[in-house]
Design a protein around this ligand. Structure first.
Ligand code: SAM
Length: 274
């Protein structure tokens, strides 16, 4: 009798570490939906963050050129090395995706991943920094984070993450994924989002770093009117009032009501007055 060989998605003798966000996909239909959404072309390079037991990695290896996967958990890395050793287009990096140097991945590349939710926001900011080298990002995230990425002004989901994502990317919410598609089941709903980096930022600003300082300061005290939130973050009242007037923004408004264009107008007015 021949024994079946190891499969990439076979569960290793490994207890999932919730502290590392280990909720493994068990539904192949979802895996195929993610891969279809990525519209991978033969020869394209894919970066996967958190390959886990390799269920998505296996499908990515079938449809792309090189797959570079960054995994923090040493036991899962050993499992992946064993199960995927015959895949000549697989490169495994054992390490932390937050500190990994993405310049090591040949560009342009796609990012396709079921991200560890406990670090998804810093990872998103990190990936946005590298957006010029990335063609597309297809990401499974906590549903609430996808809502924040896609949020329009006016609601509680809208914040610095929405502005950063939409300033640099086209954001498309793709589909929702229920907790039953994972093991162990997460406590929260999940969703897949596609981010396509724009050739240039959605709005032009004289100083992008300053623009994001204003955005962060505006949302630091989101229940306060904009001048008060900015004052609490070290911006003097006089120039703020003059800049708001120059930009045509009512000083009673809160940050969550301002469009990206209005934040840009406020930034440029503050810079012109300084
Ligand atoms: N891709 C697999 C799947 O869909 O079944 C696993 C996804 S699981 C939600 C997240 C994976 O990210 C886990 O394998 C976890 O060990 C890994 N991980 C957690 N923190 C990480 C980090 N900072 N850098 C790289 N991988 C990380």
């Amino acid at each position: 009798m021949t024994r079946p060989g190891p499969r990439a998605s076979a569960a290793p003798a490994h207890v999932p570490r919730r502290s590392l966000g280990q909720h493994f996909l068990i539904d192949k239909n979802i895996v195929h939906k993610i891969v279809r959404l990525a519209e991978l072309q033969p020869g394209e390079t894919v970066l996967e963050i958190g390959p886990g037991r390799g269920i998505l990695t296996d499908a990515l290896l079938d449809s792309s050129g090189l797959v570079v996967a960054v995994e923090l958990d040493a036991a899962l890395c050993a499992h992946l090395r064993a199960t995927l050793r015959r895949r000549s287009n697989f490169r495994l990096v054992e390490g932390d995706a937050l500190t990994f140097d993405y310049a090591q991945v040949p560009s342009p590349f796609l990012v396709v991943a079921n991200l560890p939710y406990y670090v998804s926001t810093p990872l998103l900011f990190r990936l946005l920094e590298d957006r010029r080298r990335i063609d597309r990002l297809v990401l499974m995230l906590q549903e609430e984070v996808v809502a924040r990425l896609a949020a329009a002004p006016g609601g509680r989901d809208y914040g610095a993450l929405s502005i950063a994502a939409q300033f640099y990317c086209e954001v498309r919410q793709a589909f929702r994924v229920p907790p039953t598609c994972f093991r162990p089941k997460p406590q929260v709903g999940s969703a897949v989002v596609v981010l396509t980096p724009l050739r240039k930022p959605r709005v032009s600003v004289a100083d992008e770093a300053f623009f994001f300082r204003i955005v962060r300061a505006g949302f630091a005290h989101r229940r306060k009117a904009l001048p008060n939130s900015l004052r609490d973050e070290g911006f003097e009242g006089g120039p703020t009032a003059a800049a708001l007037e120059q930009a045509g923004i009512d000083p009673r408004r809160r940050a969550e009501t301002l469009s990206i264009e209005e934040f840009a107008a406020l930034t440029d007015a503050l810079l012109s007055l300084s």
